[in-house]
Write a protein that binds this ligand. Sequence first.
Ligand SMILES: *Cc1c(COP(=O)(O)O)cnc(C)c1O
Length: 368
Amino acid sequence: MPAMTDRVFNFSPGPAVLPVEVLEQARDDMLSLPGVGMSVLEISHRSPAFDRILEETLALLKSLLGIGDSHEVIFLQGGASLQFSMVPMNILRGQSAAADYVITGTWGATGAKEARREGKVHVAWDGAATNHDRLPTDREIALSPQPAYVHITSNETIQGVQWKHDPDFGPAPLVCDCSSDFLSRPIDVSRYGLIYACAQKNAGIAGVTTVIIRKDLLERSHDDLPTMLDYRTFVKNGSRPNTPPVFAIYILDLVCRWITGRMGGLQGMARHNAAKAKLLYDTLDQSGGFYAGHARPECRSDMNVTFRLPDEATEKAFVTGAVKRGLMDLKGHRSVGGIRASIYNAMPLAGVEALRDFMTDFQREHQD
Ligand SMILES: *Cc1c(COP(=O)(O)O)cnc(C)c1O
């Protein structure tokens, strides 16, 4: 068995680092789930063993997020990207009002593009003019009259811009793509009409997408929708109208257990994440401009820390030098360039400290 020291620090934006405890549990259960005699990869999705896993995952999610009877929680496939279409198919199609999109980065723009296929879309704000480096102020947001819903992206994974509070846009249902900060901090679910999040950033592995939907919004779906694109199908059948992604739900269960039992719930998780992010942002701020953060300070993401170096050649040398220290996948997204350190839930403090130390050394060596 390889020693733990063989593991590098993985700063990938997703699929991303998982807690070692979760990997160890999955390894231990791989040949035989205790008392079942089969791997979770092999069991029926209608077996009592999977009933227990699904029930526990739902119960832990509801408890972590404080979800009450007003909302349904369902598990889907197709990633967050399918939700860009499913959300407007279910809650915009057939409405005369527009859906309002507040666009703070690449993912929000992609969501708005898909929504246009289903109905009217109104862009209530778009930060493209400054390359999506900030959030709008309240006064800048121009909503349409009585929007069908207002869509935000709580954390823009590519630009590293994060909403720091649950926004309030009045009575229209608030819809949130929470994919890259889901389960990283508490969120007041009661203020949202719909929340969706793929799992492979903070909450597990690719294959399962969690949708939390306020019950009254289910009444907007029409019967002409394909069965598998209708939220009601998943609500009626307890997320099992067909074979769900059994293994991905099992990993989500283990991550929920880890957050609940080891990290002190979402409050503890948020403290841990904020402390890690502060270490890196302090390093940027103390670098005299050598490391230039992309996001403005008041909306810096605790999940994806984005910054540039003086030129592209130096950025390349940074990424190569980091690999030699076991700090992997720091290259920024091809659309914005620069460096991106994704420091999701499972990134240990030691990983962030190692990156900070490397940044300090690298600056000393490369600054003229
Ligand atoms: C990763 C990500 C997506 C896309 O997720 P897929 O599961 O790959 O479709 C969408 N939105 C945000 C905010 C993301 O971080």
